[in-house]
Ligand binder design. Structure first.
Ligand code: SAM
Length: 340
């Protein structure tokens, strides 16, 4: 037996150190406050009200992980954003994706501490662990938490939706309904790229004002509208394309199949049903993020789980869909498509 470098074990075992440094930098809004400027460690420490003991370690750890640049060495050295942190972690930039990192830090970091219990009991470990309320009812009972969840979803999903708008051929379709559309991010991304498409973002009533605001801000109110309802009780708005971004993974198999059936009923012949998820590879060997996302659904919902494109095709064929394809989007994310 050959002895391999044990560092991969250490790297993963200690992974939360790196994670917590980045999440804390986002919590401090370091990347926004730095903006286009360069500052010394002392200047940053004063700006963020930090004790001097940890400041340089914190900044140089971020630097070594590739999240800051530094000109010079020693106390006079100047720190600045990298190109990537300026684009994705400066909240003044429309492509800001820190919302998901803020939610990881505020909620999931502590809930993942109970992964062992989740694995033993099969039960959610978040806010619903004690309240026993349905997840979205619990999350949305607190407006700041609802807003945080919306911007977390926008942060994790926006770049997938932009990739979907670029890669999927929408040219033969006229209307789209994004089911569980949250802040309207998918509809906005697709409508921006495809000028003749009319989109509807459908979600629970609590979410509608947030979606309306972001659609207005994007200047797309003439082609993107909102509709509200409960996708388990109400029929879905009819459209040539029905999309669901990270919806099916929230639910158990019976509810997944109910949503697939509702999508089928809302589509015309040859209409397309598109799900955007971190699809697990069919052999369940490679897409680590997809597998961890599925564990996250255990923590968040108990019943929900992520799935492979083979699973999706099987469930959709059962509902009557005829043709299937998979489109890789970005990193671990893909779109699975079923045609009626
Ligand atoms: C995990 S988020 C996904 C948001 C967005 N599609 C994305 O990919 O970023 C799930 C969404 O489903 C919505 N939702 C949950 N239960 C619902 C229901 N019964 N009817 C309609 N929408 C629901 C939530 O409000 C939330 O916006």
């Amino acid at each position: 037996m050959s002895v391999k470098d044990p560092f991969s074990i250490m790297r993963t075992g200690f992974g939360f150190w790196e994670s917590k440094v980045l999440l804390t930098a986002v919590e401090f809004d370091l990347f926004t406050k730095l903006g286009d400027n360069s500052m010394t460690a002392r200047g940053i420490g004063e700006m963020l009200s930090l004790h001097s003991r940890g400041t340089r370690d914190f900044l140089d750890a971020l630097l070594s992980m590739g999240f800051l640049e530094r000109e010079g060495d020693g106390p006079g050295a100047q720190y600045r954003n990298t190109e990537t942190t300026r684009v994705y972690l400066d909240r003044d930039n429309p492509s800001y994706m820190g919302g998901i990192l803020e939610m990881l830090n505020k909620r999931l970091y502590k809930y993942w501490d109970d992964l062992g219990e989740a694995l033993r009991t099969g039960k959610a470990q978040n806010e619903i662990k004690h309240s026993q309320k349905p997840l979205f009812e619990e999350l949305y009972s607190d407006i700041p938490r609802l807003e945080q969840f919306m911007w977390a979803m926008a942060g994790i999903s926006r770049h997938n939706f932009i990739a979907l708008a670029q890669k999927f051929d929408f040219s033969r379709f006229r209307t789209l309904c994004d089911v569980g559309g949250a802040a309207g991010v998918l509809s906005i991304a697709v409508a921006e790229k495809h000028r003749s498409l009319i989109c509807t973002s459908f979600d629970l009533p609590e979410v509608e004002p947030i979606a309306k605001r972001s659609i207005e801000r994007a200047g797309l109110s003439d082609r993107v509208s909102t509709a509200s309802g409960d996708f388990f009780r109400d029929p879905l708005p009819t459209a040539d394309v029905i999309t669901m971004g990270m919806i099916l993974h929230d639910w158990n198999l019976e509810k997944k199949k109910k949503l697939i059936k509702s999508a089928y009923e809302a589509l015309p012949e040859r209409g397309a049903f598109i799900v955007v998820e971190n699809l697990i590879d069919d052999a369940r060997r490679e897409n680590t993020f997809g597998l961890l996302m599925s564990l996250n659904m255990l923590i968040e919902t108990g019943e929900g789980f992520d799935y492979t494109s083979a699973d999706f095709n099987e469930w959709c064929a059962e509902a009557g869909f005829k043709k299937f394809e998979v489109l890789h989007l970005i990193g671990p994310s893909s779109a699975a498509i079923a045609y009626k």
